[in-house]
Ligand binder design. Structure first.
Ligand SMILES: [Zn+2]
Length: 214
């Protein structure tokens, strides 16, 4: 069933143009599902195989196949902007330039590259580029007597993120160990689902969802 939005409607990306003159030319679709507009992107084959691997790990860990209600990408809960911070940690480790990391963080998760540039609306690419420029400008300015906030934050950022990353990993490992050893029995939290981060892979779309223990 093709539930792509009409070419004549205003593009959901917010550009002010019609969909037909804007994102319809890209390699993703805006669709309507349950009265909501969603962005449908094709998953890269590398991501599909990684998700398959993760599914196997889930089965090994919990002794069953993941259901619609399970999270398989990370077995622990995701709090706040943990995914963003985790990504930043790995970007730094891989040597991605600081200007790109800055733009990634401030844009709430954009990181255009050769494999995904056709999956992002033009308006988001513009936003990303202007954030990179913002970073460059801040780095150029001497700031005089006043403190250059971006430079200062940059110095403390990586240290704080490293520390928080290790703490989060330790907590998740502990919780997973707890779930694993108590699998099949009532835990003190009353609801095992409360600890699972479910990553759904359905119809080529992915959504993450955290189930709070009730
Ligand atoms: Zn658009």
């Amino acid at each position: 069933m093709d539930n792509e939005i009409s070419s004549e409607t205003l593009c959901p990306c917010g550009s002010g143009k019609t969909y037909g003159r804007c994102c319809k030319k890209k390699n993703f679709k805006f669709i309507t599902e349950n009265n909501e507009i969603k962005k449908e992107i094709p998953l890269h084959e590398e991501i599909i195989s990684l998700l398959e691997e993760q599914k196997k790990k889930f089965e090994l860990y919990y002794g069953r196949e993941p259901s619609d209600e399970d999270y398989v990408l990370s077995f622990g809960p995701v709090y706040g902007n943990e995914i963003l911070l985790n990504a930043v940690y790995f970007f730094r480790r891989e040597g991605i330039p600081e200007r790109n990391i800055y733009a990634y963080y401030k844009s709430d998760g954009l990181l255009p590259c050769s494999t995904n540039v056709d999956l992002l609306p033009e308006i988001e690419l513009q936003e990303y580029n202007s954030l990179c420029d913002e970073f460059d400008k801040a780095m150029e300015s001497t700031g005089g007597q006043s403190l250059n906030a971006i430079k200062y934050v940059l110095l403390t950022n990586s240290m704080i993120e490293d520390v928080s990353h290790h703490v989060i990993c330790a907590v998740i490992d502990t919780l997973n160990d707890y779930i694993h050893r108590h699998n099949g029995s009532e835990t003190i939290l009353g609801n095992r689902k409360g600890l699972l981060l479910v990553f759904r892979v359905k119809d080529n779309k992915d959504t993450a969802k955290y189930h709070a223990a009730d």
